[in-house]
Ligand binder design. Structure first.
Ligand code: SF4
Length: 680
C-alpha cells in the first residue's frame, strides 16, 4: 500500500465482500473494526471474511504492472495494444465482435461506466455481467409482480420485529453471519435440501428434493387457499390475477406435492399456518430457490404465496430477495446488463433510449440494442458470428460459470482476452492483457446493499504504485478509441450516474456522497435533493401501471437434468463461511485458507456406505459436462439422494448444468445429475 496508509483517524468504509455491506473502519495499520452506525451490522458484528479483509490490501500476490502476454509492460504500451487490437477486430468483424463482461462486486460508478463504455465507446450490444448468475431470477419475478426489483424493499432492521420469517434457499449463517442477528426474534422457517447452519437455527426446516422448491411453494399456496388462510381483503384491494392463480393451483394438492418434494404435508401446513396466524411475516428467497432453469417461476410462486397472505407492501411484512454479491443490487441497476440502461431502464424502451442519448450526447439510434445474456455470451465466444474479443471486469468465469471447462474452451478460442484484476485469477491467467487495478479500500465509490440502501466506500489507503482504477482503464481505452467523455473521478462519475438514473425506477438523482455520509446511506428511489429516500417503496402502491401487485400463474416442472442410472445422485452447490464467490480473493487470505483449505463433497452416511466411501477419501464426481475430485465429508445434514459441493474452487462448476431460465437466463447451478465414486 501507498503512502497515505497512516491517516490519523480510521476511515469509515464497507466490507469488500457480500451484499450486507457491513460497515467497517480501517485504522492506520490497516486494522479492521466494525462500525455501529450501519444498520446491517450495527450490533458490531463482522464475519471472518470481513475481519481479515485488510490482508487483501497487502497481499503478496498483488499485480502491480500491466501484463502483456505475461510480461510486465508500461501502462501506455498495454492500453495502446488493447485499443489497437480492439479497433482491428471491430474493423474486421463489426462492433459486436467485442464483448464486455462485468461483475456484481463493482461499484455503481464502475458498473455505470462499463455500460457506457460498451455502448458509447465500443458501440457493442455484447455486454452482460456475472450478476446474471446470482439474483436475476428474483429480479425478474419481482419486476413481474411489483413492477420493480429492489431486493429487500424494506430496511433489514424490520426483520427483527417480525413474528415469522420464511427463508427459501438461503444459508445466511454462513454467507453473511451478521444477517442472523436480525433473525433472532422471529420464528424462522428454512427451506433447504441441507440442514445448513441456518436451518439448524430454524423453528421449522423443510428439506425438499433439490429442484422442487417450485412445487413446494405451489403446495403451500394450495394449502393456504384450502384452509381459508388467504387475506381476502388485501388480495381484493392490492392485487390482480389471484383468480387465475387459484385455478392454476388445482392440481397441486398437498399429497402430490409431498410425493414430488419429500416434504410432509403436515410440515407444509405448519409453515403456512405459522405465517398466516401472525401480524408480521416475511418471505425471503436466496440462490437455492433462484438458481434454476425455472428460477423465475419459483420466485413467482413464493411471491404468490406472500401476496395471498397479504405480506408485500405492508408495514412489518413483505417479500425480499437476499442479494449475494457486494453490489449485486446496484450492479443490476445502471447499465451493465444486456437488456438494460441506467436507472433500471429497459434498453428497448424508446423513452429510455432518448434519455440516455441526451446524457451521453449521442443519437438514440446509435445505442445498440439488447445483447446476449451472460452464459449465452460466454458460450458464443470465438464462434462464427460470436465475439472475438472479451474485456472482463471483476469476474472470474473460469471458476464461477456453469460448465466451466466449456467456458474455458470458449475463452481459449478468442482473438483477445483482456482482464482487470488485482490478483492473478484463474481467468486472468488466460488473458492476453491483464490490467492491475485498485480494490475496495483504495478508492471511493458507492455500493447499493441488499436493502436498496446506497452506501459510500471511502478510500482509506493509496493503491500500490503501478495500480490504477478500472475507471482509468475505461477512460484510457475510450480515449484511444476516439471517445473523450469518460470521467475517472468516482464522484464525477456518480454525478453523471445521478443524471442518467433520473426519472428511472432506480432514481439516484437526489443522492450525493455528502448525503450518504450524513445519513449513513440513502434508499433509492430518491428523485430530488430534498427527497428523504424510500426505505419501503410499496407501502402505498406497487410500481405497476395500476399500482397493484400481480399474481403470476406458474407450474412446476422437473429439473432440466434428472437423475438416471448413469448419474443417479443430485448435486447441489453453494458457499462456505470462509470464502466468497470464486475465491480469487479469499483463497489468498491465510486465516481463511486455514479455516477452509480445500473443496469437499458432502454426502449422507447411507450414500457413503453404499458407495464404499469413508470420510477423508478422495471422491470423483462426474456429470455429463465434466469431472471433479474432492475430499469426502460425511454428514446426515444432507439428503440421501444428494451431494453438496462448495463452488469457491475449481471443480464444482465443471459439473453444473448451463440450462437457462427462459426469462432471467439464470443457469441451473443448484441441481444436476452426477455419479459419485471413490477415487482409486
Ligand atoms: Fe459483512 Fe458480508 Fe463482509 Fe461478512 S462478508 S463482514 S457478512 S459484508
Amino acid at each position: 500500500p501507498g503512502s497515505d496508509v497512516a491517516t490519523k483517524a480510521p476511515t469509515k468504509t464497507h466490507c469488500p465482500y457480500c451484499a450486507l455491506q457491513c460497515g467497517m473502519e480501517i485504522g492506520p495499520g490497516l486494522e479492521i473494526s466494525p462500525r455501529t452506525d450501519i444498520p446491517a451490522n450495527a450490533s458490531g458484528a463482522l464475519c471472518q471474511k470481513g475481519w481479515t479483509a485488510g490482508e487483501l490490501l497487502t497481499n503478496g500476490e498483488r499485480l502491480t504492472a500491466p501484463l502483456l502476454h505475461g510480461e510486465p509492460v508500461e501502462w501506455d504500451v498495454a492500453l495502446d495494444y488493447v485499443a489497437y487490437r480492439l479497433s482491428a477486430i471491430r474493423a474486421e468483424h463489426g462492433p459486436d465482435a467485442v464483448a464486455v463482461f462485468g461483475g456484481g462486486g463493482l461499484t455503481n460508478e464502475k458498473a455505470y461506466s462499463l455500460g457506457k463504455f460498451a455502448r458509447v465507446a465500443l458501440a457493442t450490444s455484447q455486454i452482460d455481467y456475472n450478476g446474471r448468475f446470482c439474483m436475476s431470477s428474483a429480479a425478474a419475478a419481482s419486476t413481474k409482480a411489483f413492477g420493480m426489483d429492489r431486493g429487500m424493499p424494506f430496511p433489514i432492521t424490520d426483520l427483527g420485529d417480525a413474528d415469522v420469517v420464511l427463508l427459501a434457499g438461503g444459508n445466511v449463517a454462513e454467507t453473511m453471519p451478521p444477517f442472523v442477528r436480525h433473525l433472532t426474534g422471529p420464528r424462522m422457517i428454512v427451506i433447504d435440501p441441507r440442514r445448513t447452519q441456518t436451518a439448524k437455527l430454524a423453528w421449522l426446516h423443510l428439506q425438499p428434493t433439490p429442484g422442487t422448491d417450485l412445487a413446494l411453494a405451489l403446495g403451500m399456496l394450495h394449502l393456504a387457499i384450502a384452509d381459508e388462510l388467504v387475506d381476502e381483503a388485501y388480495v381484493a384491494a392490492r392485487t390482480t390475477g389471484f383468480e387465475e392463480v387459484r385455478i392454476s393451483l388445482a392440481s397441486w394438492w398437498p399429497e402430490r406435492v409431498e410425493r414430488i418434494t419429500g416434504v410432509p404435508v403436515h410440515q407444509m401446513r405448519q409453515a403456512v399456518r405459522a405465517m398466516a396466524a401472525v401480524d408480521k411475516a416475511y418471505i425471503l428467497t436466496g440462490r437455492g430457490a433462484e438458481q434454476h432453469a425455472k428460477g423465475t417461476d419459483t420466485v413467482s410462486a413464493f411471491i404468490n404465496l406472500a401476496l395471498a397472505l397479504g405480506l408485500p407492501g405492508t408495514y412489518g411484512s413483505g417479500y425480499g430477495c437476499v442479494t449475494g454479491q457486494g453490489n449485486g443490487q446496484g450492479g443490476r441497476e445502471h447499465g451493465q446488463k444486456a437488456d438494460q440502461l441506467p436507472g433500471y431502464r429497459k434498453i428497448d424502451d424508446p423513452a429510455a433510449r432518448a434519455h440516455m442519448a441526451k446524457v451521453w450526447g449521442i443519437p438514440a439510434e446509435d445505442i445498440p440494442g439488447p445483447g446476449r445474456s451472460a452464459y449465452e455470451l460466454l458460450d458464443a465466444l470465438g464462434t462464427p458470428g460470436g465475439p472475438r474479443a472479451l474485456l472482463l471486469f471483476g469476474s472470474n468465469p473460469v471458476i464461477s460459470a456453469p460448465a466451466s471447462e466449456h467456458v474455458a474452451e470458449r475463452i481459449g478460442a478468442l482473438d483477445l482476452l483482456v482482464t482487470c484484476d488485482f490478483v492473478m485469477s484463474e481467468t486472468a491467467a488466460l488473458a492476453d492483457v491483464v490490467f492491475p487495478v485498485t480494490q475496495w479500500a483504495e478508492e471511493s465509490g458507492t455500493m447499493t446493499n441488499l436493502e436498496g440502501r446506497v452506501l459510500l466506500r471511502n478510500r482509506a489507503v493509496a493503491p500500490p504504485e503501478g495500480v490504477r482504477s478500472d475507471l482509468d482503464v475505461l477512460a484510457g481505452l475510450a480515449e484511444r478509441l476516439g471517445e473523450h467523455r469518460f470521467e475517472t473521478e468516482p464522484v464525477k462519475v456518480f454525478d453523471e450516474l445521478r443524471r442518467a438514473s433520473q426519472g428511472g425506477l432506480a432514481d439516484y438523482s437526489g443522492i450525493t456522497y455528502e448525503r450518504i455520509t450524513e445519513e449513513t446511506g440513502v434508499f433509492w428511489p430518491c428523485p430530488s435533493p430534498g427527497h428523504p429516500g424510500t426505505p419501503r417503496p410499496f407501502l402505498d402502491s406497487f410500481a405497476t401501471p395500476d399500482g397493484r401487485a400481480v399474481f403470476v400463474p406458474v407450474q412446476h416442472r422437473p429439473p432440466a437434468e434428472e437423475t438416471d442410472a448413469d448419474y443417479p445422485v443430485h448435486l447441489s452447490t453453494g458457499r462456505v463461511l470462509a470464502h466468497y464467490q470464486s475465491g480469487a480473493q479469499t483463497r489468498r487470505i491465510a486465516q481463511l485458507v486455514q479455516a477452509a483449505p480445500e473443496p469437499f463433497v458432502e454426502l449422507h452416511p447411507d450414500l457413503a456406505e453404499q458407495l464404499g466411501i469413508t470420510a477423508g477419501d478422495i471422491v470423483r464426481v462426474s456429470s455429463r459436462r465434466g469431472e471433479s475430485k474432492a475430499v469426502a465429508r460425511i454428514s446426515d445434514a444432507i439428503r440421501r439422494d444428494t451431494v453438496f459441493m462448495p463452488f469457491h474452487w475449481e471443480g464444482a462448476n465443471r459439473l453444473t448444468n448451463p440450462a437457462l431460465d427462459p426469462t432471467s437466463k439464470m443457469p441451473e447451478f443448484k441441481v444436476c445429475a452426477v455419479r459419485v465414486e471413490r477415487d482409486s
